[in-house]
Design a protein around this ligand. Structure first.
Ligand SMILES: Cc1cc2nc3c(=O)[nH]c(=O)nc-3n(C[C@H](O)[C@H](O)[C@H](O)COP(=O)(O)OP(=O)(O)OC[C@H]3O[C@@H](n4cnc5c(N)ncnc54)[C@H](O)[C@@H]3O)c2cc1C
Length: 342
């Protein structure tokens, strides 16, 4: 089939990799360049927090998350970056005055899915054995099944792969005006395909009335004095932060969650909260260098859950909210199983 895809963000790329494996020919459209940074998928930390996200999500997220974790290694192998995936578990901790909150958080997870019983309580010795740099903490939980995808490497490697693939035509910097049954319209013309996908994320707002953006801000820090190897969260009554390690002592610190579609630069309040929280986690961050501050919006539906909307020669996938990396492989698999490939 000749398939048109509107939007080459996270979902568009996962979709393209799946469709190419099945032998289809693809025409891709994005309003950004292939290496641009407009997609939320470019901003994401790439955490596969299948348990930690459960506190504020439904158990359907858990099932899709587990399926995605099984699918990620093959997707990354397809584009030659197997090492952009790691699954060495994650850590959740808190300051001593917030231990009740930490215990409550874990109890909430355990009440939602049976598998959460595998979450381990760590004392000071247990924390130090896993992450020596977090030795100042005396209570934490270890979630062995969680992992991460290096989101920025995934985005770059998919650009390289798709641009050089003989079955792909990629129209860059083309704003799609409308996606309808078997057609993608831009610059006043509509092109016809055997099937089309609308995966424009927040860009599909004109066609999905309950789609909203949820602002998220992250820091990138260069911290030679910090050696944390696993995604680590700190719970706090007002804000929750995470530290996601990348090679060469680089860390993503995030993320705010603000009901706003404003993509302007990070606010003073957010920067104070994120940086003071991360410094309180590890004093080695005091001398870290701020190498980037990024803002983007998560495409989110009313119920904060993803949706697959199937029409005649048209599939829309949207609403992946804060779970794009956690869910995209499984959601795409589900969409393809009920759509053109059934
Ligand atoms: C700060 C932050 C941190 C995050 N961290 C995580 C995380 O740790 N783990 C996780 O699982 N998820 C995370 N996410 C969520 C994840 O990034 C999103 O769920 C995911 O990117 C949504 O994918 P998408 O393809 O629907 O949208 P996007 O990735 O935004 O892609 C949409 C694409 O459509 C294009 N487009 C839009 N309108 C048009 C148009 N009219 N014409 C042509 N092209 C168009 C855009 O340019 C873009 O390339 C995070 C998000 C943010 C903002």
């Amino acid at each position: 089939m000749h398939i048109g895809i509107a939007g080459v963000g996270l979902v568009g790329r996962v979709l393209a990799l799946n469709l190419l494996r099945q032998g289809h020919t693809l025409t891709l459209f994005d309003e950004d360049t292939a290496y641009g940074d407009k997609a939320a998928g470019m901003t994401a930390a790439g955490m596969l927090a299948v348990f930690a996200e459960l506190e504020s999500a439904e158990s359907a997220i858990f099932e899709h998350g587990q399926r995605s974790i099984a699918l990620w290694p093959a997707l990354l192998a397809q584009i030659g970056i197997e090492d952009a995936y790691s699954q060495e578990g994650s850590i959740i901790t808190a300051h001593p005055q917030d231990y009740a909150e930490l215990d409550h958080f874990i109890e909430a997870l355990k009440s939602k899915v049976e598998e959460a019983s595998e979450i381990e309580l760590l004392d000071k010795a247990g924390i130090t054995a896993l992450e020596p740099d977090l030795e100042q903490h005396s209570r934490a939980f270890f979630i062995p099944q969680e992992g991460q995808v290096d989101a920025q490497r995934f985005m770059k490697a998919t650009s390289d792969y798709l641009l050089s693939h003989p079955s792909v035509t990629w129209h860059q910097e083309i704003k799609v005006e409308e996606v309808k049954e078997g057609q993608i319209c831009f610059a006043g013309v509509c092109e016809t395909y055997d099937w089309v996908f609308d995966v424009r994320g927040l860009g599909a707002q004109d066609d999905m009335s309950d789609l909203r953006g949820v602002r998220g801000e992250v820091f990138w820090l260069d911290a030679p004095e910090v050696n944390i190897s696993r995604p680590t969260r700190m719970l706090h009554p007002r804000y929750k932060i995470y530290i996601v390690p990348r090679p060469n002592n680089r860390y993503i610190i995030g993320a705010t969650e603000i009901e706003s579609e404003d993509k302007s630069p990070m606010s003073v309040r957010s920067s104070l909260e994120l940086l003071s929280a991360v410094y309180s986690m590890h004093s080695g961050f005091a001398e870290a260098r701020i190498i980037n501050m990024v803002t983007n919006c998560r495409p989110t539906l009313k119920d904060n859950l993803p949706a697959i909307i199937q029409g005649e020669k048209l599939t829309c996938i949207n609403g992946l909210y804060r779970h794009g990396y956690l869910l995209a492989p499984a959601i795409v698999e589900e969409a393809l199983s009920k759509g053109i490939l059934k």
